[in-house]
Every structure is written in C-alpha cells, then in structure tokens.
Design a protein around this ligand. Sequence first.
Ligand SMILES: [Zn+2]
Length: 158
Amino acid sequence: MAKISTVESNIVASFDKVRSDILLLNNEIRKVASDMELMKQELSRLYQNYSDMNAQVSSEARKDDSGAKVEGAKKLAELRQKIEQLKKERSKAQKSKVIVKKVSARAATKFVASKTGKKFHKPNCIFAKNIKPKSRVIYKTKDGALNAGYKACHCVLK
Ligand SMILES: [Zn+2]
C-alpha cells in the first residue's frame, strides 16, 4: 500500500504541478489576451488615424481639384479674351490692308474717263468722282487718254 501511496502522492504532486502550470499558462494567456486587447486598441487607434488622414487627404484633394478648376476656368477666360483680341487685331489689319489696296489703286489711277464722256480727269476731280464704276475707264498716262480720243479736263491742266 505504501508503494501505492507513494504513487498516489506522486500523482497528486504531478497534478499539483500540472495545475500550477495551467495556472501559469492561464496567467500567460490572460497576459497575452490583455496584450492582444492593447494591440487591438492600438490598431483601432491607428485605423482611426488612418481614416482621418484619408478623409483629410481626399478633402485636400477635392480642394485642390476645385482650385485647379477655378484656375483652369480663369486661364480659359484669358485665352478667350486673347483670341477675341487677336480677331479684332486681325480684322483691323484686314481693314487697313483693304484701305492700303484702295489707296494704292487710287495712286495707280492717274487719269479717269467715262465711257460715255468726252473728257478725262484726275481721280480727285469732282467729275471723276461722279463717274459710275461700270462706265469708268482708267489711263495710266495722259497720252493713253488722249490717244483714246478724250480731251483733258481743266483739272488735268492745273
Ligand atoms: Zn476734271
């Protein structure tokens, strides 16, 4: 029986050891669990920070975006204004080109006669100005007009 009792006490001792091991393990598990809880809190804090940051970044991005839109609209308006200005300048240039053409055409026109008239004139003569375009004849030289049978108006003789 003594042998058995030794065995029993051995068993009890080993149970005690196991129990204390389990308690230790339990403590360990609790510690790990509390660590895990802390980690979870830390993680959720980090996650909160992250989503705050994300929200901030996207709101910044939106702000930037609207800023860029405003900037783009401004540039577009400026461009339109420049185009309008260029158009105006171009039409002005075209007008002055037309004027130059008219002036140079007038300068090239030395003498004017009418198909139905008998005299030839200088372009600035009042009679020359009264000649209708369809009956107007132009001569570059006095001789040209004379050879065509026209007589000189007094404006030519001046
Ligand atoms: Zn005349």
